[in-house]
Ligand binder design. Structure first.
Ligand code: HEM
Length: 424
């Protein structure tokens, strides 16, 4: 059985909160003091947290019918019928419609576009200036996702949609609403409506030009698949919003963390650049991306509602409770990972060293990330392009892991960029 929370654990958790400036610190303390199963003692909200391969396997695969994604909170209210937040047949239906454009066989067809979108963003950098790679990565990821899924070039609209998108992300990020469910939230109505209007306009334009889109189905984008499936504009909006946010905020965080980690480890950055210059496929870059996803998984926790009692070796979660499976704690479990807290990309050179379900940056089972292959190809293509064309020098400022909708490096990743060669 798990140990009860003692005042010593409480004090250590508080110290970790102050030191790490994020709830990740207290989570780690509770994991160390209590085990792989514990409850967070918030006022009026006491979710259970589980982690490690056993928990991941149960929640994601073997006992997944005992948990639901659907909750009643700002995330599910806002994304409404979006594939990420619905369950059962409804989920399976939307998921099937949206899988083809993200199928691994389609990915090679996106590479050139990913490169051009990256170049458009870097074309605005002045040689030798300092840029925030959190912001720049978001621009690149947004351009790429909108072009891929909706064939929409948002370059000229970036300024217009930037604030609405950031507000949408803020709206679904964890906050005081977790304990005060119906708290009034100001400043969101207008930007969220603007974003909706923008998406509905894209749908309307596509419906008007539908005949031009009657191309071979292998070439249809995600929007066309949604329209051809006969969904209403509202349900299409829910899927577009879900995919737009899930598909770019995660990649933004991943790219930004890769820069943060490379910035903090210049010797590894040098090695990666050397490999990228020398070969088509740098092994080291692959491992750096993987290690970044281990240490800072953009989706660091999975949120579920338990509908039937669930037993774990260290305790039982009763039906009706909230359950978080922690990807972050699984990835830093010292029982699984040697030097778990250290950035060590070489660990991925030795294949098969960790047990199954111990590395789950994209989740697992039938609800594994629909964009897992896409996201990894994107990170690789964008990183290669950036490293080939620019040198990056970290300005050595402190970085904290911020729990927003994704885990983000805050206040950003400030890097001095210097041109290495002209883009062609
Ligand atoms: C580095 C990039 C990414 C990471 C780390 C990531 C991570 C994840 C994780 C952990 C889940 C499972 C959540 C859970 O079970 O609670 C998930 C689901 C999902 N992801 Fe991603 N993701 C990434 C990129 C993408 C991209 C590029 C897209 C869209 C193009 C996307 C769309 C989705 C959707 C729609 C789901 C829900 C799937 C379902 O419930 O069937 N993600 N992602």
């Amino acid at each position: 059985m798990s140990q009860p929370l003692t005042s010593e654990t409480g004090r250590a958790a508080m110290r970790a909160l102050i030191k790490e400036k994020s709830a990740l610190g207290p989570l780690k303390v509770m994991a160390q003091h209590i085990g792989h199963f514990f409850q967070i003692p918030l006022p009026g909200f006491r979710p259970y947290v589980v982690f490690g391969p056993e928990a991941a396997r149960k929640v994601l695969v073997t006992e997944r019918e005992k948990v639901l994604w659907r909750n009643t909170d700002p995330v599910t209210d806002y994304l409404d019928r979006g594939v990420l937040v619905v369950d059962g047949d409804e989920h399976d239906h939307y998921r099937k419609i949206m899988e083809p454009p993200l199928h691994p066989a389609r990915l090679a067809g996106y590479t050139q576009m990913m490169i051009s979108q990256t170049d458009r963003v870097t074309s605005q950098w002045r040689d030798g200036e300092t840029v925030d790679m959190l912001v720049e990565s978001r621009k690149i990821a947004l351009l790429i996702i909108m072009q891929t899924l909706f064939s929409k070039d948002v370059w000229d609209d970036l300024q217009k949609i930037w604030k609405p998108i950031l507000k949408a992300i803020e709206y679904i990020s964890p906050g005081a609403w977790i304990i005060w469910r119906n708290m009034p939230r100001f400043g969101f109505r207008k930007p969220l409506r603007e974003l909706d209007d923008y998406l509905f306009k894209i749908i309307e334009e596509r419906r008007k030009t539908k005949d031009e889109w009657k191309v071979e189905s292998g070439k249809s984008d995600l929007l066309q698949h949604l329209i051809d499936a006969g969904l209403t504009d509202k349900v299409i909006r829910d899927q577009m919003l879900t995919m737009m946010i899930a598909g770019h905020d995660t990649s933004t965080a991943l790219l930004a963390w890769v820069f943060a980690l490379l910035g903090q480890h210049p010797e590894i950055l040098k090695q990666v650049v050397g490999e990228v210059d020398a070969s088509e496929k740098s092994q080291m870059l692959e491992h750096v991306i993987k290690e970044s996803l281990r240490l800072y998984p953009p989706i660091h926790i999975g949120n579920r509602r338990v509908v039937e009692d669930m037993q774990f070796s260290e305790g039982t979660v009763p039906a009706g409770e909230r359950l978080f499976y922690s990807i972050y704690l699984t990835h830093r479990d010292p029982e699984i990972w040697e030097n778990a807290e250290d950035f060590c990309p070489e660990r991925f050179t030795h294949k098969g060293k960790t047990p199954p379900m111990s590395y789950i940056p994209f989740g697992a089972g039938p609800r594994v990330c629909i964009g897992a292959a896409f996201g990894q190809v994107e990170a690789r293509v964008v990183m290669e392009r950036l490293l080939q064309n620019f040198s990056f020098e970290f300005t050595k400022h402190p970085i904290n892991a911020h729990m927003g909708a994704t885990l983000e490096p805050r206040p950003g990743v400030m890097m001095k960029v210097t041109k290495r060669r002209e883009t062609s």
